[in-house]
Write a protein that binds this ligand. Structure first.
Ligand code: MOS
Length: 744
């Protein structure tokens, strides 16, 4: 029954849209407070070595400069004590700026200049004289292949390679058709529009308020409290709006540390904003070399699947991704072997970037499957269906739902795949070669423990809150929809609050788990309010709620109703008046139901089809069409959901054709650290993208049945583009991005 308060599944426009387009939405660097001071970071110019001299005299002499913090004068903090245990997400030991004179990577923050004006701080920073004793560095993964190691400690949440099955080497050797190749992609840096920034407000009473660009206000809060010795409640972190993050804000970043350090020492409010160039100094998608070896029968039945990944990390952390486990989820194969190794380079530690491991691993897997399709002469979709996996072979578990077959079918039909001629270089459009390629996408459907609170007032207005973040994905909107529908309250009367560490506990926004995790908490807390209303209504004369259970009633259009007779209804405000209450306030937590979920594997799936047109003479590639069919469980909001998948596809195209951080290995430095030289796609690069949501019902995955869509759109897309380029040109480029020089 459709009612005016049926919101879940509706294409609701962003509830924060007006605030964003009018400029009312404030970002971390936009909070102006009285007597604000400004910090500017000085970055190291060498990749490795020691600072032998740090002369700040000239800089300090500039009027308006308040202080310059370096390793020589920084305060002693718990953090600098070797026994200090970091307790942050994602787990690890983040680099400690200003610890000592050692330089461990190019761009390392080595000083913070604080001044009364931003321009003064920036100018003074240019006057800080630094001398170094450089040491030899290594930033080239190729040079470290021999020193690769299996990461000793499993970074929590990152599964190790699945155990081998059968005898993969032998099965490969005996296979009628073999494909073995090495795939690689460039280092990519997150380039959200909003650069990382923290505004620390010195409250003067031992407390600070921090406006921070982060994917987890409470993560930043815990980090600041821990290392600076604040009481948890004395640090409030606010991150109401985030201008994109893509994983770069999962960890508290160094501008937060430096801003709090300066504020605490100067007892003043301090803002530190990173420059676009400094956005290239803390984490990236790691350089990864992947070897795939696939053995199959002549008709394309997989007999051996081997996947070895080697990725770079820093000298001080073992950053890990799940690159190699995806084939065990997608394809049936009795003989498998997976390895995952790291090599330490003199670069900063990588950090999660949209679908970490998935975008990487599935690029190589799906490009290799395409090569196998040509070698066996089996159509790429047919090959995938032939080897379709009905269960998660890595864990030997069934799927809670898997509508991947429908993804292939619907996307192929929409795309017009049946009109494809399989021979490379066989399709043309005038002067251009036409290529059609496809690939599969997969991403885990996580749920994390999360809490929310709800307050329903006598005016019929509902406020719900949780300390989660909206990095631009639509969290504000979908949470408002869930709350409005659960309690049958007009959406305009519902406000959702987030991005404030004082709100109920929430994990960092990441892993595509926010819709499922915080969504479930919102549902549970609204039901708690609903049950309270119901209990009161049961005592009201003239209504027959006394004889039924909570599951027999529903809320819509501001009324509590009997499900079997919706006309039997009482206004919510009447119930509250009868109970003589002015407000109902509840707080609740939703945790994964392991009892229910543990028997299953839960993943979102997709099939992505791409058309490229290649100018044969110039080697220029255009992605003219893309169709991505996604099975992601329940779609809470088709409008914001589509935007998530669109964004993912755009980035997949970008990964295939544009993005590449160049490292000058002589200098050990990223050279194209600006938006002029680091290529991201612009409107002219992006053409027709169609998103299909395949119907998928999943009662097991979590209470709201949504699998999350933030990451699935990128997974597989780069492979689909690379496969289409091969189909168009007959040339297989295995290291991304596929630039003109590699193609010609
Ligand atoms: Mo995402 S890379 O987990 O922010």
């Amino acid at each position: 029954m459709a009612t005016a308060t049926n919101y879940i599944g509706q294409p609701t426009s962003r509830v924060d849209g007006t605030a964003k387009v009018t400029g009312a939405a404030k970002y971390a660097a936009e909070y102006n407070v009285p007597d604000l001071t400004y910090g500017y970071v000085v970055s190291s110019e060498i990749a490795k070595g020691k600072i032998t001299k740090l002369d700040t005299r000239e800089a300090l002499a500039i009027p308006g400069v308040l202080q310059i913090f370096t390793h020589e004068n920084r305060p002693n903090l718990a953090w600098f004590d070797s026994s200090y245990k970091d307790d942050i997400a994602p787990p690890g030991s983040p680099f400690r700026p200003l610890y000592d004179a050692e330089v461990k990577y190019s761009g390392q923050p080595i000083a913070l200049v604080v001044a009364e004006e931003f321009e003064v701080a920036r100018y003074a920073a240019s006057l800080v004289r630094v001398e170094y004793a450089p040491k030899p560095h290594e930033t080239d993964l190729n040079e470290k292949r021999e020193e690769a190691y299996e990461p000793p400690k499993k970074r929590s949440g990152i599964p190790p390679p699945a155990k081998p099955r059968g005898d993969a080497e032998r099965a490969f050797d005996n296979a009628a058709v073999q494909h073995e190749a090495e795939y690689r992609h460039a280092i990519e840096h997150h380039n959200p529009m909003e650069m990382h920034a923290s505004t620390v407000v010195w409250e003067g009473n031992g407390k600070i308020t921090v406006y921070d660009k982060t994917q987890g206000a409470q993560n930043s809060q815990g980090y600041v409290a821990g290392i600076f010795g604040f009481k948890q409640d004395d640090v409030r972190v606010i991150s109401s709006y985030i201008g994109g993050a893509f994983g770069s804000g999962l960890r508290p970043q160094y501008q937060l540390f430096l801003a709090v350090l300066a504020a605490r020492e100067l007892k003043r409010s301090v803002r530190v904003t990173l420059t676009r160039q400094q956005m290239f100094t803390f984490g990236y998608r790691p350089d990864t070399i992947q070897r795939l070896a696939l053995g199959a029968t002549a008709d394309g039945t997989l007999e051996a699947f081997m996947h070895d990944a080697l990725a770079n990390t820093s000298q001080f952390e073992d950053f890990q991704e799940d690159d190699v486990n995806w084939s065990g989820l997608l394809y049936k194969c009795a003989n498998t072997k997976f390895t995952y190794k790291l090599a330490q380079l003199d670069l900063y530690t990588p950090i999660d970037m949209r679908a970490p491991g998935g975008a990487t691993g599935m690029y190589a897997i799906e490009a290799a499957m395409d090569e196998l399709a040509y070698k066996t002469g089996v159509d790429p979709i047919e090959l995938r269906l032939k080897n379709y996996s009905e269960k998660d072979q890595n864990k030997d578990k069934p799927y809670s739902s898997k509508e991947l077959r429908e993804c292939y079918r619907q996307a192929a039909e929409k795309f017009g795949w049946s009109k494809r001629t399989s021979e490379p270089r066989s399709m043309r459009d005038g002067k251009e070669l036409v290529g059609w390629g496809m690939a599969t996408g997969i991403w885990e459907a996580f749920q994390q423990k999360a809490s929310a609170k709800a307050t329903l007032g006598l005016d019929g207005k509902l406020e719900v809150g949780s300390a989660t973040t909206d990095i631009g994905t639509g969290t504000y909107t979908i949470m408002t929809q869930i709350a409005a529908e659960t309690l049958g309250i007009p959406i305009d009367d519902v406000t959702f609050k987030l991005g404030d560490s004082t709100l109920p506990t929430s994990p960092v926004e990441g892993g595509s788990w926010t819709a499922s995790s915080i969504g479930s908490a919102v549902k549970v807390v609204c039901d708690a309010v609903g049950e309270k209303l119901f209990k009161i209504a049961q005592e009201m004369d003239g209504y027959s709620f006394a004889d039924v259970d909570y599951k027999d009633v529903a809320f819509s259009q501001g009324k509590l109703r009997l499900k079997r007779d919706a006309s039997h209804a009482v206004p919510i405000v009447d119930v509250m008046r009868y109970g003589k209450i002015n407000a109902i306030e509840e707080e609740a937590t939703s945790s994964p139901n392991y009892l229910k979920q543990n028997g299953y594997s839960s993943y979102a799936h997709s099939a992505v089809f791409v058309e490229v047109k290649v100018d044969e003479e110039l080697g220029m590639i255009r992605v003219t069409r893309a169709v991505n069919a996604v099975a992601g469980g329940r779609i809470l909001n088709p409008k914001t959901a589509r935007s998530q998948v669109l964004g993912g596809v755009v980035w997949g195209i970008s990964m295939a054709l544009h993005e590449e951080t160049y490292t000058d290995h002589n200098l050990g430095r990223f050279m194209n650290h600006n938006l002029a030289e680091y290529h991201v796609p612009v409107n002219a690069d992006i053409h027709d993208i169609e998103v299909i949501f395949v119907e998928e019902h999943d009662e097991i995955v979590n209470p709201i049945g949504a699998k999350g869509l933030g990451e699935i759109g990128i997974v597989g897309t780069a492979a689909a583009v690379a496969n289409a380029v091969y189909h168009a040109t007959g040339k297989r480029v295995r290291d991304l991005p596929i630039t003109i020089d590699k193609l010609l």
